[in-house]
Design a protein around this ligand. Structure first.
Ligand code: PLP
Length: 369
């Protein structure tokens, strides 16, 4: 049987580069608590992402949780169910109520035309997701937020390195949260960051990630431990040096997928957004079984039989998780529901060869009826 193709493969620098980067740690014995590597990475990422201010975190989920906590939000948050568990859980774990807005059928981001109908006197914020690295309609979302006095928190976990009109996207909304998990375009093993404009909010987040400690004698926040350690920051410093090469290599993979899968009846490929330079984070296809001839599940099974592991990303919708006990109605977001039943995210990482991409495409195209 031919070799296994997983949906992704974590990026690693050369081992010598990493060893060189962590060497100093043996001299200083400073392993965590906002050390030199942490601070160096923080500055480099602020520039790279185009953020005004940045706070590094232990992971992307805690970035979302701490940002929501620091903002002191109450009531309802309008969000998308077409996302990873983290987005919705972060809202609920802050004792806030998620209100699910439908998505656009072409780029799968929150549909701004459907936001206003969901706003009540309890609404305090909008939390959209730049899903698959597709940029949300940031201008329209901000216009609505300003009109109703709402905060905007972007889950930018998929948006590392994307450029809009040549600029980084970390400055949109009040806050943008990134993930540097092993499986993401850029990783610090585990890690994340909150990008923001308001310095007071930043000080709150800084304290919250360190137990709410203000100074040796004053603890005035109910914080957690969400600090990024030096070994993770060192991994980030190494990976950041090679990020452009990695994104370029991902682009090659995506171009090959497009070459092979474009204009196939029943296969909907991810959009290419005008004025957005993609990070090629994911390659989702939506399989419309009537014109394609096979269902998403049949294609996934056919791939698995050939040792190729695509992911049903994002299925199910977060609004239908068992953890929420039927509290939310997935039929209220019919487009998200429709897409989640048909979407398949194909293997994509910098080291995937053209031969391997062709192997994936051959199996998919072999499912046509
Ligand atoms: C990965 C991810 C997160 C969480 O990030 P972690 O670093 O894994 O905690 C949040 N939202 C989305 C959309 C993600 O893909």
């Amino acid at each position: 049987m031919s070799n296994k193709i997983m949906v992704t493969q974590a990026v690693l620098p050369d081992v010598e580069e990493y060893v060189g980067e962590i060497q100093e740690i043996w001299e200083t014995h400073w392993l965590t608590n906002m050390g030199k590597k942490h601070n160096e990475l923080s500055e480099k990422l602020r520039d790279y992402l185009g953020a005004e201010h940045i706070e590094l975190m232990v992971n992307g989920h805690m970035a979302l949780e701490m940002a929501l906590q620091a903002m002191g939000l109450k009531g309802e948050v309008i969000t998308t169910p077409f996302t990873f568990a983290s987005t919705t859980h972060a809202i609920v774990r802050n004792n806030l109520t998620p209100v699910f807005c439908d998505i656009r059928p072409d780029d799968f981001t929150m549909d701004p035309a459907k936001i206003e109908a969901l706003i009540t006197d309890q609404t305090s914020a909008i939390m959209p997701v730049h899903v698959y690295g597709n940029l949300c309609d940031v201008e329209e979302i901000q216009r609505i937020a300003d009109k109703y006095g709402l905060k905007v928190i972007y889950d930018a976990a998929h948006a590392f390195g994307i450029r809009h009109g040549g600029e980084g996207v970390a400055s949109y909304g009040d806050v943008s949260c990134f993930s540097f998990h092993a499986t993401k375009v850029f990783n610090t093993i585990e890690g994340g960051a909150v990008c923001f404009h308001n310095e007071r909010l930043g000080r709150k987040i800084y304290r919250l990630k360190n137990f709410g400690i203000r100074n040796e004698e004053i603890v005035d926040g109910i914080g957690a431990n969400a600090k990024m350690n030096e070994f993770c920051a060192a991994m980030g410093l190494c990976n950041l040096r090679h990020i452009e090469d990695k994104i370029a290599a991902r682009k090659e993979v995506v171009l090959r997928y497009r070459e092979r899968l474009a204009n196939v009846p029943g296969l909907q490929l991810n959009v290419e957004q005008a004025d957005v330079a993609s990070n090629y984070a994911y390659f989702p296809i939506v399989i419309h079984e009537r014109s394609f001839g096979s269902t998403r599940n049949e294609v996934a099974k056919a791939l698995a039989k050939e040792n190729i592991f695509a992911r049903k990303y994002f299925y199910p919708l977060t609004s239908s998780f068992e953890s929420y006990n039927g509290k939310y109605d997935e039929t209220k977001t019919p487009i998200a529901l429709h897409v989640s039943k048909r979407v398949l995210t194909l293997p994509l990482y910098a080291g995937l060869t053209e031969k391997e991409v062709d192997r994936v495409c051959d199996v998919i195209l072999g499912c046509r009826r």
